[in-house]
Design a binder for this molecule. Sequence first.
Ligand SMILES: NC(=O)C1=CN([C@@H]2O[C@H](COP(=O)(O)OP(=O)(O)OC[C@H]3O[C@@H](n4cnc5c(N)ncnc54)[C@H](O)[C@@H]3O)[C@@H](O)[C@H]2O)C=CC1
Ligand SMILES: O=C(O)/C=C/C=C(\O)C(=O)O
Length: 479
Amino acid sequence: MKIQNLINGKFVNPISNDWIDNYCPANGEVYGHIPNSSKEDVETAYKSAQKAFKHWSQTTFEERSRILIKISELLEANLDQFAEAESKDNGKPISLAKSIDIPRAASNFRFFGNAITQFASESHESVGQDAINYTLRQPIGVVGCISPWNLPLYLFTWKIAPAIAAGNCVVAKPSEVTPMTAYLLGQICTEAGLPHGVLNIVHGLGSTTGQAIIEHPEIKAISFTGGTETGAHIAKMAAPLFKKLSLELGGKNPNIIFSDCDYDDMLETTVRSSFANQGQICLCGSRIFVEASIYKKFKTDFVSRVKQLKVGNPAMAITDLGALVSKQHLEKVLRYIDLAKTEKGKILCGGQKVLVKGLKNGYYLEPTVIEVATDECRVNQEEIFGPVVTIMPFNTENEVLEMANKVKYGLSATLWTNNLKRTMHLSNRLEAGIVWVNTWMLRDLRTPFGGTKASGVGREGGFEALRFFTEAKNVCIKY
Ligand SMILES: NC(=O)C1=CN([C@@H]2O[C@H](COP(=O)(O)OP(=O)(O)OC[C@H]3O[C@@H](n4cnc5c(N)ncnc54)[C@H](O)[C@@H]3O)[C@@H](O)[C@H]2O)C=CC1
Ligand SMILES: O=C(O)/C=C/C=C(\O)C(=O)O
């Protein structure tokens, strides 16, 4: 199957007529082709967005809200089709696509459809100066949204929905590895009545299509989620062009477990925070630190529970872990498992590729638990982004805090304890944009979302996203 770019409301081939193979991770076969879009395609998309901006930026909040909510309803009505496409394109279990990815994509549109009707700006009375200031929040113009492969539609829509709700027009690029649901979304947007040109979707490689978006002088803001190296490159390109940037990058998140936690709840959630989506979520708790007094028990229980996870065909309802997203990614993760052995890491379970019956060329890997000798080894410091976690014991709060913070990343942290003082002490000091206490991935879309240090710049979510996608202009009137 060939998917096409969406430009000015029409599905079109790339100008060059160049195509890229699209692989199905479950069986390693090419099952489709996507446009290898060039700078010229991006320019056409930009022009279409620019043309649509005049009208879209003047559309009432009620009208924008109505269209966004309609998109959300159409996603819900087509849940099965979208979930099947997401699972096939990405390798994730169909159950996950059905229960998390697609419902969340629908929620993104519904949430920002509602949020825009509540978005307000400030006014300041300058007492003693006979003046009043009010702040306008104006849409920026044409903005770029670039998303990754791990949560394809979930993250694509997390950017697009606030961008268009705020009155911008968008040139968007999904990951070349998982383009399918973005393509299907284009069809739904037209059906929902989104005017032509408001959302343009250009498929292709990061180094060409993505690059053309980030270096386009008239695309004034970029919202990006992906790897830290790519984020650093985008920041370098965008700085001299004075673009607004929101960068959601990698993580190497600590999961800190104290002996006074609710053990069963912690154990079940830790299995999920380690291996959900094959560990390919930037928020996964990939470094597990356990208080020494329960370390031995935890190690036994955790490994036994992980061994029960079923790796297999993503299309089957009983599958816990599907395939990794690509051959290259599987190889990267396997290299880290080899590295662990040279760093004196002990593989407690997993570590091997899995041959799934009838799908022998798929990219399957056992969930892997590595006991590390020191927190400073590379497998404990670098983002692996696969079904691999490290575990090690700690003795004191201060010791674990130091280890938790001693990485270049600062995205999220999870804390398991029932001690209030400790909760306050640690959550104030953990270097992370998001701290979960006695839970993981509990999401309220109103909250600020993003990381510190090498995990990114800026916050998405709620009004933070609407602020990012608008330019503040202060008007001061003397009376
Ligand atoms: N949210 C996260 O935390 C994610 C982290 N990663 C990490 O990054 C590593 C590399 O994965 P990749 O797929 O290579 O991620 P990536 O950062 O290269 O890809 C993310 C998106 O950026 C685009 N892109 C790449 N180069 C670009 C450029 N020069 N200009 C504009 N857009 C560009 C890609 O086409 C894709 O749409 C992973 O192994 C993982 O560690 C990957 C995906 C998501
Ligand atoms: O917004 C969320 O709920 C999750 C976001 C996850 C990522 O940004 C990621 O895994 O890359």
